[in-house]
Design a protein around this ligand. Structure first.
Ligand SMILES: [Fe+2]
Ligand SMILES: [Fe+2]
Length: 207
């Protein structure tokens, strides 16, 4: 997928800018009242809420999934998401802020869509897994966009350590997105496309 290729390069090119910026000493001054600083902190709070909500949602998605492969992918991502939460706590610390969550309406909506797939697809089908993968990728893409922006803001505000931490999470979100694409493309989408045919075939055979 073209979008995945583009996303995969983001964390790496950020890592290159981080190397350059790590030579210049972090000169964090008191800029708490500045609007950009305020926006950065608000965006961190938004992601802190989002990651916590994702941790709650992933076990439900695992239970809804049909294949063991997808169940495992959701389990792995739950562990990784817990790491993202503690990494964000370190970022708050780095910026001298208390870790606080602020409801992210966008993520609340995406997760609602993820959980509703259980009601809109038949249980035990590949169609359900294909739909769950797409929904989960919407989560990843929101996270990639958010962390990509946060890394750049952290660099601009001279929070180099925070930028480094955020970039690690960004790289993991990109990897998860790619892993989900691989699962979908390996066999799930193909088998999902045959589900209707198989039913028709067995109905015809019965006559
Ligand atoms: Fe995450
Ligand atoms: Fe994620």
């Amino acid at each position: 997928m073209e979008t995945n290729k583009t996303a995969a390069t983001t964390a790496k090119s950020n890592a290159d800018s981080l190397k350059k910026s790590s030579n210049s000493k972090s000169t964090v001054k008191h800029k708490k009242e500045e609007p950009l600083e305020q926006f950065f902190i608000d965006a961190l709070k938004d992601m802190y809420w989002a990651e916590k909500a994702i941790v709650e949602s992933l076990p439900k998605m695992r239970d809804a999934a049909t294949t063991e492969e997808l169940k495992e992918a959701f389990e792995d991502h739950e562990l990784q998401t817990r790491k993202h939460i503690s990494r964000l706590e370190k970022v708050f610390e780095e910026t001298g802020q208390k870790a606080e969550a602020k409801k992210c309406e966008a993520m609340a909506g995406i997760l609602k869509e993820c959980e509703e797939i259980k009601n809109s697809t038949p249980e035990g089908t590949m169609t359900r897994d294909a739909a769950l993968i797409i929904a989960a990728q919407k989560v990843e893409h929101y996270e990639i966009a958010s962390y990509g922006g946060l890394v750049q803001l952290a660099l601009t505000l001279n929070y180099n350590k925070a930028a480094d931490l955020l970039n690690k999470t960004l790289a993991e979100e990109e990897e998860t997105d790619e892993a989900l694409t691989d699962v979908a493309e390996s066999y799930i989408n193909f088998e999902a496309s045959r589900e209707g045919d198989e039913e028709e075939e067995s109905e015809t055979a019965a006559y």
